[in-house]
Design a protein around this ligand. Sequence first.
Ligand SMILES: N[C@@H](CCC(=O)N[C@@H](CS)C(=O)NCC(=O)O)C(=O)O
Length: 257
Amino acid sequence: MTASLPNPPAHPGSTTEQASARADTRVQRDNELELVSFNLCPYVQRAIILLTEKGIPHKRTYIDLSNKPDWFRKISPLGKVPLLRTATGVLFESSVICEYLDETSGSSLHPSDPFHKARHRSWIEFASSILAAIAGFYSAPTPQKLEEQAQLLTEKFRWLEQNLTEHSYFSDNHFRLVDAAFAPVFRYFDVFEMFYDFDFFQNTPKVRNYRTALSLRSSVKSAVRPDYPDLLLAFLKRKNSSLSIQIPDQLLVEKPE
Ligand SMILES: N[C@@H](CCC(=O)N[C@@H](CS)C(=O)NCC(=O)O)C(=O)O
């Protein structure tokens, strides 16, 4: 998701929360990790899923991307979340953050074989290209562009179908970094399907099963607030795009003026 995300309601209680977890690694001993986050960001979700999978204690600070705090501007070269503050410095880019977390705590969630590890990294990039296509879909200004983006997404899921196995996750039954990258992709479709009448996964049964397996993973479920669908619907409505006008008012908790 790129610029102009919505201004989220204040996080309940505070904009910072502590995540609890076991403490037995180098990163955990330092106990100084802070993930700078935004409620709807799929890239932030990747980092949260990894932190949860690995049980890494951390602090989460949620910022308003439409009104970025000065302290954030000063430490964020790209002005984007997620950003990880560590005792030794700042890291940005979700794939870099996830690799760092993976390398510094517990056993790796990457395959050990160099080719398979590199292949997983390739598919993490592919997952990011799907997120870009999703942004193109929900921002499409005309019905024709919307249809084109829907076809692009369908094509991407065809590619994924050809590269999945019969196992639960991307390449086997172990949850890995690549799975943390794909999980936030599918969450969008739970919301799109509430009002947009098109089956993106009609001819991709393995992708359908993969989507289900990821949705059942507890780290994936807990990576967003319980009211995530309401927040996303409000965000989509505010886009004033071809998709926005298809969202019926009765789905919106926050009614348009
Ligand atoms: N390639 C980056 C993408 C991160 C990204 O685009 N984050 C969005 C929020 S989802 C952002 O911070 N956008 C800046 C803005 O809206 O000003 C990553 O993987 O971390």
